[in-house]
Structure formats: structure tokens, C-alpha cells
Design a protein around this ligand. Sequence first.
Ligand code: SF4
Length: 383
Amino acid sequence: MRFVYPHYFRDFACTADKCPDTCCAGWQIVIDDDSLEHYEQYVGSFSKRLQKGIDWKQGCFKQDSKKRCSMLNEQNLCDMVLNMGENHLCRTCALYPRHEEEFEGLREWSLAISCPVAAKLVLTCEEPVRFDIEENDDDDPLIEEFDDFDFLLFTELEDAREVLYKIIRNREMPLADRMRRMLYLAKQLQTCVEENRISDMQAICAEADAGASDFQAICAEDDLEEIPDLSDPYERYEFLQENFSVFSKLELMREDWQEVLDAEQDMLAGGSANYAKVRKAFTEAMEQEKWWPIFHENYLMTFIYTYFCGAVYDDWIDTKVLLAVISQLFTEEFIMNLWQKQGSVTQDECVKMAYRYVREVEHSDLNLNAMEEYLHAVLFSPA
Ligand code: SF4
């Protein structure tokens, strides 16, 4: 088995009651079957409280009216840990924010940036992320679940992801151009999959890799026209306006998120000329911040690292890349609205906006699926 970890993975430490936004509220915590069985059989002074705090039908912890987990006390500490010990935590609680993607013979670990502490660690990391690999001789315990695993496609995806990493980090190009290039590459790879030309993916990636600083030269004019030029504020505005409706398809995880969406609604309602003016002033202001480009690169990297190779299961290569790009774009928009309201924005506020966005989009399977389905449906052909 191979295990992959970003280099900062083991630096994470939960701050528990010092956490600015606990993960034990706001969403349903599903309990795995082994833990459910263990909780059912648990005998001890805490067993009554434990039994009462579980929704046995749904297999999750109950929540109070503020969506706080039934085990969370007033001090934002977990009563189950305090009374029973950490080793009794269910899998969800024991792992979070550590996230595992499963592929045959391989597990890729990441830190979910919906956790404020993980978000800060990941998004402010100045050192380019490295991926550490560990191996052992064990067979994959889930081998039977990978009957149809397409190794050929997966290998191509792994290689393509390396090229995407290079594009993301290429500061010779403005970020908007890098994202356009990512979308272009994704579109080419998607066409290969749809036309059953997996073997062509390698040459496309090699070409994208070699043409690192000469984007126009490697792009077919017709294809390029279909991909929005995100450095043009008017095209960017149009693209955002066309896709903002995706948020109305998602369930609201936190009530206060609506304010963020309303601010964006107002910005878009103000028209493209006003948008272009605000965007120009915002871009100029943020150019002064050394951490700003790092924040975006790390944000895009985390989406691509976590989700891109999952296309081996659904063939939605372009959707995975668009998910990263749309997330970056709207998170930046939401930050711009905050900047406009306050007259400035700090690195911590940007990190906060990112983890709030990720909580809304990632922390509900329904939302993530709805987002992916929407992106897949409209991809490059907005209504
Ligand atoms: S969100 Fe992160 S830091 Fe906060 S309580 Fe949860 S795991 Fe700990």
C-alpha cells in the first residue's frame, strides 16, 4: 500500500475549546457502524447520556436547536472525550479534519480546510507543498471494492495532476491566465476520455507542460474562445453572473452564510462597469500583500490534490478542475466584497472566508454533489 501526505499534514493539532469555529456544530456527524455498536454496548457512568445523545435511526449524534452536537458542552469541549477518553471517538470525529481519498493500493490524505486551524496551516504555507509517500507490503484491505478500477486512466490522471500543479505555481502568468489554462487542459483531457483516446492524454500533458510560458501558442483558437478570459473584468463578471445561481441549489449550512451570498448578489446587481471599477481597485490593493498569491495557489492546489484523481470514478475531469476554479473565483469575490465593505482585508479574514466557503460546499455530500452536477451540466456551454 502507498500512502501520500502533504508535508504539513502532521503539523495539524486541534485547538479544541480555543477553536474559533468548532467543527462539532453546523452539520450532522455520522457515526460509523463499529462505533455505533460500541456505543450501544458501552457500560459506564456516561452510558445513559451517550445513548440519549445518539439518533439511532439516522446513525448520527443528535443536535440541539443551534445545530450543536449533543456531546458538545458549553465550553466547546466534547463530553464524550472528557468522560470516556479520546479512543472512543467515532471515525468521523477521530479523523476530522484529516481526509482520505481511496484508490486501489493507494490512500491520499489531506487536511480539510473547513477546519479553521487546518485552513490557516494550508493556505498560509509559504513553502510549496510537497507530497510525502510512505509504502508498506500490505495488500489493500478494500481490494474487492476496486474490481473495475481503471489503472490506465488513473496513471494518466496522476500525471495530468502534476502538470496542473505546475500551472498553478507558475507565477510568470497572472492567476486568471493560469486558471484559464487549467480549464483548457481539462477540456482537452475530457475530450480524450469521451473519445476513448486515453493514450493521447500523455502527449497533451507533455505539450501543456512544455508550453508553460506560452499559453496562446498551444491553444486552438476555437477552443480558447469557449473558455472565459478571467483577466478581463467584463468577461469575468459575465462568467460569475452566469454561475452564481449554483449557490441557490445548495442547502445553507450556516445561517450567516446568506449575508455573504447577499453581498455578492448586490455586487453583481450593480452592473459590469461598477464591477470592473471595484475589481481594479481591489486587485491593486491586494497586489501589495505578499501572502495573497500564496493563498490562492494553496487554495487551488488543495482542490486539485483532493479531487482531481477522483475523476477515475466518474470521468468528470473538467468538472473537477472547474470546481477548483469556481471555488477560487467565488471565494475571491466574497473576499472582495468584504474588502469593499471594510476598506481592507487581513490574511486571517481571507482564511476565514475560505473555510466558511468550504464548509458550505464540502461539508454536505448533497451540496458537493449538487455543485458537481451543476458544473458538469453547464460546462463551457452556459445557458
Ligand atoms: S474545527 Fe478543527 S480546530 Fe476546531 S475543533 Fe474542529 S478539528 Fe479542532
